[in-house]
Ligand binder design. Sequence first.
Ligand code: FAD
Length: 467
Amino acid sequence: MTAHRNAGAGARVAVVLFTSDLRLHDHPPLRAALASADEVVPLFVRDPAVDGAGFASPNRLAFLADCLTDLDAGLRERGGRLVVRHGDTVAEVLRVAREAGAGEVHVAAGCSAFAHRRETRLRGALEGDGRRLAVHDGVVTVLPPGRVTPSGSDHFAVFTPYYRRWSAEPLRSPAGAPRAVAVPAGVRSEAVPARAGVASVSGGLAVGGEREGRKRMSAWLSRHVGAYGDRHDDMAGDVTSRLSPYLHFGAVSATEAVHRARALGGPGAEAFVRQVCWRDFNHQLLNARPSVSSEDYRPRQDRWRTGTAAGADLAAWKEGRTGYPVVDAAMRQLAHEGWMHNRGRLLTASFLTKTLYLDWREGARHFLDLLVDGDVANNQLNWQWVAGTGTDSRPNRVLNPVLQGRRYDPEGTYVRRWVPELRGVAGGSVHEPWKLPEGERDAGGYPAPIVTLAEGLERFRQARARG
Ligand code: FAD
C-alpha cells in the first residue's frame, strides 16, 4: 500500500472512518492505517442521512453512544482519541483529510445500498482531491459478500449449500488491538455523544461498547456455548449469546467470535457458528439484491390487509395485546429491552404476516424502531423468510402460537415474566387463557384473542391460493 506524504507536516497521516465496526480488536482498516502512516485520525461521522434513511432509533442511538464513548476511551488509553463530526459523511471525511493532511482513508466495506452509494461518492471525492480510499473486506461480516457464490449466480439463495461453502473457506486470523494510536494534533472534534442525551430509550436496554461486548463474548463462550445447540430455543432460559447488538455495531468482531467458538469445539459451538453464518448469508443476499430491503425477494402476489380493522390488529400486535400470551410476551420484551429472543421474533413475525395477514414491511418497521440490533440485512430478510417472500423453501408454513408457547415455554415462565396480567396462572395452561375458568381468565384484564387461529389460517390460505 502506498502512503502519501503530507507536504506540510512531514508525518504520513491516514484517516480511519469507523462505521459498523466500532472496535479496536481485529480491525483491518485501523491496522492497515497504522502500518502505512505515522499518525491516524480515527473518525466517526454522525450523518443526518443515516437518520433520514430510518437507521437511527432511540435504542440504537443510545447503544451507539455507549460504543463511541468506549471507543474513545480505548483510543485514549493508547495515546489517541476519537474524532467525531456531524454532517454529510463524504464532505466531513474530505474536510478531515484536508485538515490532517491525510493521503489515504481506510474504511470497512458495507453491504447495503446506502453503504455502496457512500463508498462510491467517497472514492470520487477523495480521488478528485488527490487522495486514496482503501476499502477493506470482511470486517463487518466473516466472509465478504460474493466471496463464495453458486455457479450461475452472484449470491446464494439457499442457506445450507452456502453454509457448506462458507465453512470450508479459510478465515483470516483475528488481530489484537493496537498498543498505541498517535492522532495528529489540532484536528477538531465534536463531543462524543453520550447515552444520557438520548430520549425514549427502552428501560432494559443493554450497555453497549467493545469492552462490554468482549466481556459478554468471553463469559458466554466459557459458560453457555456447550448447551447452545440444545437450549437456544428455550425462551425462559434465555441462554443465547445476546451478542447481536455488539455484532451489529461491530463492537465485537464476527470473525473473532467464530474463531473462538471453533477453538472450543463441540456441537454447541458449531450451532452458534451456524447462526453467525446466517448473518453473513443475509448480508450477501442484501449486497447482491439491495432492493430486498423493501421489495419481496420472491413475490407471492400478496394483497396484504389494509383499512381500519387491519390497523387495529397492527396496533394490538405492537402493544402486545393480541390475546396470544407468547406473542404478547415477546412484543413486550421487545418494548422493554429493545431486543427479543429469536424464537419470539419467529413466532411474532409469523403471527403478524400469516395469522393477521399484515404486510411484513409493517412488522419490520416496528422491529427496526425498537431493536438495538436492528439491521437492514438481518431484519428485512428474516421478515421476508417468515412471510414466505424470502428464501424459506416452505413459504406457506404458519407457526401456531399456542403450540409454539407450549413447546418453547412449557412451564409458561417466559409469559409470566412479561405479561403480569397472567402471573396468577400456573404452568403451561398460561398459553390458553381462554380455556381457564372465568374467574381466573378475567384476572388482570388480559384481552381475549383478536382472531381465532382457524380464522387466521383460513384467511391466509385463501389469500395465498388466490395469488
Ligand atoms: P445467538 O442465537 O446467540 O446467535 C449468534 C449470532 O448469530 C447473533 O448475535 C446474530 O448476529 C446471528 N444470528 C442468529 N440468528 C440469526 C438469524 N436468524 N439471522 C441472521 N443472523 C442471526 N438479527 C439481527 O441481528 N438484527 C435484526 O434486525 C434481526 N431481526 C430479526 C427479525 C426477525 C423477524 C427474525 C425472525 C429474526 C431476526 N434476527 C435479527 C435474527 C435473530 O433473531 C437475532 O440475531 C438473535 O435473536 C439475536 O440474539 P443472540 O445474539 O442471542 O443470538
